[in-house]
Design a protein around this ligand. Sequence first.
Ligand code: CA
Ligand code: CA
Ligand code: CA
Ligand code: CA
Length: 355
Amino acid sequence: MLNNFFKFRRLFIILLMLYSHDIIARSWRVSQIPNGSVNGCRTCHNSSYRSLNSFGLEVRSMVGRGSTATFWTSILASKDSDGDGASNGQELGDEDGDGVSTILRSDVTNPGDSNSKPKKIDTDPPLITINGDLELTLEAGANYTELGATATDNEDGDLSDSILVTGEVNTESPGVYKIFYGLKDSAGNEAVTITRTVFVVDTTSPVITLVGEAIVTVEVGSYYEDPGVVANDSVDGDLTSLIKVTGKVDVNKVGEYLIKYSVVDAAGNSSAELTRRIIVGDLIIDPIRIKIYNNNPFTFEFNTIKEKSYAIEFSTDLREWKQINVIKGTGAILRCEDERDQVISQIFFRVRMID
Ligand SMILES: [Ca+2]
Ligand SMILES: [Ca+2]
Ligand SMILES: [Ca+2]
Ligand SMILES: [Ca+2]
């Protein structure tokens, strides 16, 4: 009986020694692993602690069960035991396997658990691609349509909706405008800012309009005041005060005078040149009053001097006279015909010599 007791005691002591040896070996292994205390036994064991995980198996294949031999080297550090794409060294914060951790404990992951892996460090900025042209030219007053841009990121994917668009275009005012497109990814990497340049230009010429008639007849020796013109530009607005006027009228000398008007807008666009003819002449026949009751052309005759010019004019009120045409004298009686197709109850005609 006593013999049996001693046998069991010896066996118990042997088992205890083996167990203690295992515990010592395990704690040595954990302490050898950089940041081993973060995951503790789970560094090598599955959650049940009965079986080894892929990293634990790797360690056992190198040093055998219960060994206290050194196993944490650059060789084990460079392996990816759990196949999650991160090396054991990266997971434990000692990429080169020299036993010195280079990361925070909070960033340590489990080298034997493929579901535990380092967050990928994203250092790549997103890429912005502009829609439409980088430079465009718009006529002042036209609409500017913002076409936007698209953006993609290696980690965040499509970030088009997060693009920050700044700057504005005032299409009413010629100038150079810039629109900026900027963006950061979730890791804070800033994309290269893209700039769109919009040139708003005025290439539209101002328009000038005569006030009064384009052909004016003036009695020699009387007074003439030009009624002028008005000028307008799509961008600059009223340019009447800037109109350039050339030519003058000598009311004391029979003849035909031209007054020319033009204007240039702020962008340097010239208007078309407008001309008014002022005919200073001698009345050679007094106004003749005619009654017209139908469309039949009316004719009258007058004596002419060779090479002289005669303006034929009409009026319905004896105040405003309008020129029908100018004819050259022949030295003989000329017949004049009014072929205008209209019915007026009464009309006055007159002829003046204009040079
Ligand atoms: Ca791994
Ligand atoms: Ca892992
Ligand atoms: Ca990125
Ligand atoms: Ca203009």
